[in-house]
Design a protein around this ligand. Sequence first.
Ligand code: CTP
Length: 466
Amino acid sequence: MASLTVRQIDEALKQQLRLRAARHGRSVEDEIRNILRDAAGDTETPPGPSPSQRATEPAATAARRVLLIIGGGIAAYKSLDLIRRLKERGIAVRCILTKAAEEFITPLSAGAITGERVFSDLFDPAHEFDVGHIRLAREADLIVVAPATADLMAKMANGLANDLATAVLLAAKAKILLAPAMNPAMWSNRATQRNLAQLTADGVTMIGPNSGEMAESGERGLGRMAEPLEIAASVEGIFKTAGAPQPLQGKRVLITAGPTHEPIDPVRYIANRSSGKQGYAIAQAAAAAGADVTLISGPVNLPKPAGVTVVDVETARDMLDAVERALPADVAIFAAAVADWRVANAGAQKIKKKAGAATPELALAENPDILSTIAHRPSGRPGLVIGFAAETENVEANAKAKLAKKGCDWILANDVSPATGIMGGDNNTIKLVTANGIEPWPPQSKEDAATMLIARIAAALKGDKT
Ligand code: CTP
């Protein structure tokens, strides 16, 4: 649709337009669209909702609107780019700036890019009359907080509402997406992690933070705000799944992910290069498909997926215990890179170097095979048991052998040779191995692979042939 910019509207006309829009329960932008439609003699019903419809079914019929709350962090400058990215995707954006955000960017710059008034004051009488914080909250299909500072997260987790941004967040019924950004020490602080756990349990969705260089010179680590393109893609994903069918509604899905850590002594351990990304993406996709998801996770550096019950474990034996406690399940997906061996003679104290003494010898004992244990359960076996095969050679032959040996229904085979960059990377190339044959999937992101897997699972549960 063509877009039109009207410049030099005086303040009195703007105020009239705001009042008229408020009376009709529309945004100013929608009101102007309606005026133009009328003037052009278009008598068809406009695509937007009527005021009476809006009262009963606001989210279902409204155009896609994001309310972007910009917090006070150096990453606020990236939020201007985010506005542009969202608008490129046909998403209308309204902005709230916190007082701290105004130290980094101005309402003028945000207003110029959104083409809408920018809000910042909870007690602005003109704005309460014109729009009001409750309407700001209700008129959004999605609220994005970017950057979400440690302070904003703490306020949200505790239900504070002492400025416009937090009042709107507390009044919101729409889904909320947070893009945290802060110094790595603030992110890893137990208070922030507590708040993160609370927000996740409250159903808030997280994107990032990413790892990398911080604005402060010499600082790096986990805490960079996700890039505007990543946030825009996540917003699109949320809009896409919002009205999407939920084919796994009522199904219990159990997923293992990440590496396990097997202690050598209290401070050292054996581990592997698994990042947990594929398992986490599967958990997210299963939750988006309406499943009741339990994710048993080894130690990883990833945000907890929204709407998923996460059980954190360290060792293979803890992982097996947690899996057995999480049963029954309709589907179990074993994406964890479980350590095959643990140290049988792990030290109760830190093993010390002793001058002239021989280097310590580690005796290894085999860990339980979690996938095989669950797949061979005489009772309470999940209806569909899926394993991964991480191979560095003879991928297909090894995967077929694993399918038989482990007793599972499907194997997702991937080549994890260092040259593929799959282990720890963002992409995956999978071969689906079943009793009926081998199906190669295209190289794709781990998120897309997860969506594809969930679609296949939904089809299999419906009775379609695999
Ligand atoms: N697995 C498991 N418990 C283990 C080892 C593996 O549940 N102790 C699961 C993995 O989660 C994966 C599948 O078994 O779904 C295959 O894992 P992989 O590491 O490819 O194979 P291994 O069984 O470890 O065999 P090998 O190391 O000989 O390839």
